[in-house]
Write a protein that binds this ligand. Sequence first.
Ligand code: PGA
Length: 249
Amino acid sequence: MIAPIFAANWKMNNGPTTAREFMLSFCSQYPRQNDRTIVFFPPALSLHAVAAAMGDRRDILLGVQNVHWEDQGAFTGELSVPLARDAGARLVLVGHSERRHVFGETDEECALKCAAVERGGLTPMLCVGETLDERDAGAAEDTVTRQLRAGLSRMTQLQHRPITIAYEPVWAIGTGRNATPEDAAAMHAVIRAQLDDLCGDRSRATSILYGGSVNPGNAASLLAAPGVNGLLVGGASLDPGTWLAITRA
Ligand code: PGA
């Protein structure tokens, strides 16, 4: 069994001052645990503050919420994989629903980003998920499969290097309406079958997280759903107490 991953996506919240206070509080209450992995995706500007406040907590991993696919150059306002790695990131969120639907990120851009993450030696957390219209039209599996295969299409080491996937139905993100454990399990099985095809044996070591309105009340049942290997949490990860309760699920 894969040790569950609890990932906090802070989005555009928690500047360096708040992030530092959060981490000091969280680390003092969360003892090292070998049976689970904690990941934080703070805003890039807060990465250093989070890393400093964590000290030598190697059991907690850091990531960034987005990268550009080029390694360096004249791309004002962007962030590259080498920059993220130098700042302490180990993971990179790619294709989060807000990147896709608010900023118009395409499958092809997600593919370029995943390839850049692989090239730079970090681990992508590729996010996939259908809209409500797509679900109502019976196209949820097709959408998720398309996003998954397209996003991974430019990676060359799929059978050798770690990746992580987050299934986040768009209609569940920030809405208070989480997928049922049954819905999550059904889509995780679809994703797992695709990973088996794409990654071979490596698929078994690949975590598939569920995200979308996870809170302390539903975390345990979602995590217990077949095929759910972790949780990606937005709003409920912003309060240290709430987040702590979720990491105990
Ligand atoms: P939410 O966000 O937990 O606030 O629904 C999840 C996400 O966007 O990763």
